[in-house]
Ligand binder design. Structure first.
Ligand code: TXA
Ligand code: MG
Length: 365
C-alpha cells in the first residue's frame, strides 16, 4: 500500500482512450473537481480544474507535493489569441515590452513545450501558485489534451503525474506505477513525444527574461525571437532562486537507487564502477558502450560487473535520448541496483542541456 495516503483513498483507476465519449468522461470528472491524468507532448500531467482551489488542493494531496511548489496552468488552445482578455494575467504589472514578449513567444511556440511565468490576477487561486504573485501558463501540444481543453474551456492545473520528487511519467504504465489507486482516470495518449518537461521562462517585465528550467525549447531560440539575452537562474543556492522557481530547490527525478553522474564516459571510470557492488549503467551511445567493453577487457556486458544497463540512444542522438531518459531510469531502478551510473550527454545546448539538468537533479539526494 502507498505510504502517506489513507486507505480509503484507494480507488479504481480507469484508463480512458481518445474517443469523444471517453474524453467526455474525463471532462465531466474535471468539471466536478476530480483529478484526471492527461497526456502531453512532454510528460503526463495530473490535472484538476485550475481556478478551483479545492480541486487544486487534491493534486498536492495525491502527489504528496509540498504546498510551496507552484503548478502550471494548461490553457485551452483558443485562448492563445486573446490571452490578455482571459483575466489571468495582471496587465498592470506587466510592461508593454513584457506583453509584446508574451505575444511573440506564444505566437511562435504555442501550442508547445514552453511555459511562461507572468504576473497573476486574483482570479488564480493562491494555492495554484503557492502564494506567488506570478502564474505559469502553457498550451500543451497533444491532440487528446487539446481536445479535452476545448471541451472544458477552463485552465487545467497540472504538474507531472508522479509522486513528489520522483521520475516524471512518459507512458500510461508509468502513471499507474506512480498514482494507480490514487486517481480515478488516466487518458491514454501513448508515449510522450519529447519525454522531458517544458522549458520554463519568466517574463520579468523590465525587458529581461529568465530561464527557470531548461527543456526542448532552447534558450537561443527564445533569445532569437525576443532579441534580448536570456539569463539562466544559476545554481539552486543562488539568492532569489527559491522565490522565482521554488521547484528548483527540490531534488527531482530521483530513482530509488543512488544515481552517480560520470563526468565523461564510463570507460574512463572503470575503477569507480568496479568498486561498487551491483552497479547499473546508463550509456550515452553504442560507441561509449563499446569503449567500455573494450576497456573492461570482457567480451560481453554480461561478463562485466554491471547488473543492468541501457543505451540512451544508439547514435547518441539528443531527441531520442530525451524521449528515453525517464523510461530507462525507471527500468534500471526497478532492478534495484546498488548504484546507477549515468553518462551525461555530449554538448550543452537545448535538449542536451535539459537532459544534463535532470540527471544532475537525480544525482542530488
Ligand atoms: O512539461 C511540463 O511542464 C509538465 C506537463 C504536465 O505540462 N508539467 C510539469 O509541471 O513539469 P511540474 O509541476 O512538475 O513543474 C512545474 C515547474 C516547477 O518547477 C515549478 O516550481 C515551476 O514550474 N513554476 C510553476 N509556477 C511557477 C511560478 N509562478 N514561478 C516560478 N516557477 C513556477
Ligand atoms: Mg514535476
Amino acid at each position: 500500500m502507498h505510504s502517506g495516503v489513507p486507505d480509503e483513498t484507494v480507488m479504481t483507476t480507469t484508463i480512458l482512450n481518445g474517443s469523444e465519449e471517453d474524453l467526455g468522461t474525463a471532462a465531466d470528472a474535471l468539471r466536478r473537481g476530480e483529478l484526471v491524468a492527461i497526456p502531453t507532448e512532454t510528460v503526463y500531467g495530473l490535472a484538476a480544474k485550475g481556478l478551483d482551489g479545492e480541486a487544486v488542493a487534491k493534486i498536492f494531496e495525491v502527489k504528496e507535493r509540498p504546498l510551496f511548489d507552484p503548478l502550471i496552468l494548461h490553457l485551452p488552445p483558443s485562448w492563445r489569441s486573446d490571452l490578455f482578455d482571459r483575466g489571468l494575467i495582471d496587465l498592470k504589472a506587466l510592461s508593454e515590452q513584457g506583453r509584446d514578449q508574451v505575444t511573440t513567444l506564444t505566437r511562435a511556440l504555442w501550442p508547445g513545450p514552453l511555459t511562461i511565468v507572468v504576473p497573476k490576477t486574483p482570479a488564480v487561486p493562491d494555492i495554484t501558485t503557492s502564494g506567488l504573485p506570478t502564474v505559469a501558463v502553457r498550451i500543451p501540444n497533444h491532440p487528446l489534451t487539446r481536445r479535452l481543453l476545448d471541451m472544458v474551456e477552463f485552465p487545467l492545473a497540472a504538474p507531472s503525474a508522479n509522486r513528489f520528487g520522483r521520475i516524471s511519467p512518459t507512458s500510461v504504465d508509468d502513471v499507474i506505477e506512480e498514482l494507480g489507486g490514487r486517481i480515478g482516470w488516466i487518458v491514454d495518449g501513448g508515449t510522450c513525444e519529447i519525454g522531458l518537461e517544458s522549458t520554463v521562462v519568466r517574463i520579468v517585465g523590465d525587458g529581461t527574461v529568465q530561464l527557470l528550467r531548461p527543456g526542448k525549447v532552447r534558450r537561443s531560440e527564445i533569445e532569437h525571437l525576443l532579441g534580448v539575452s536570456v539569463g539562466e537562474l544559476g545554481g539552486d543556492r543562488e539568492e532569489g532562486a527559491a522565490e522565482h522557481s521554488p521547484g528548483r530547490l527540490e531534488t527531482h527525478y530521483a530513482p530509488s537507487s543512488p544515481l552517480v553522474l560520470l563526468e565523461g564516459v564510463a570507460s574512463e571510470a572503470l575503477e569507480t564502477i568496479h568498486a561498487e557492488s551491483s552497479p547499473a549503467m546508463l550509456f550515452r551511445s553504442d560507441a561509449t558502450m563499446a569503449s567500455f567493453l573494450e576497456s573492461s577487457g570482457t567480451e560481453t556486458l554480461e561478463e562485466s560487473s554491471l547488473v543492468a544497463w541501457r543505451v540512451l540512444s544508439p547514435a547518441g542522438e539528443p531527441a531520442s535520448s530525451a524521449r528515453n531518459l525517464f523510461r530507462m531510469l525507471r527500468e534500471l531502478d526497478s532492478m534495484n541496483p546498488g548504484v546507477i551510473f549515468a553518462e551525461p550527454p555530449e554538448g550543452d545546448a537545448g535538449i542536451s542541456h535539459a537532459i544534463r539538468d535532470r540527471l544532475e537533479r537525480a544525482s542530488r539526494r
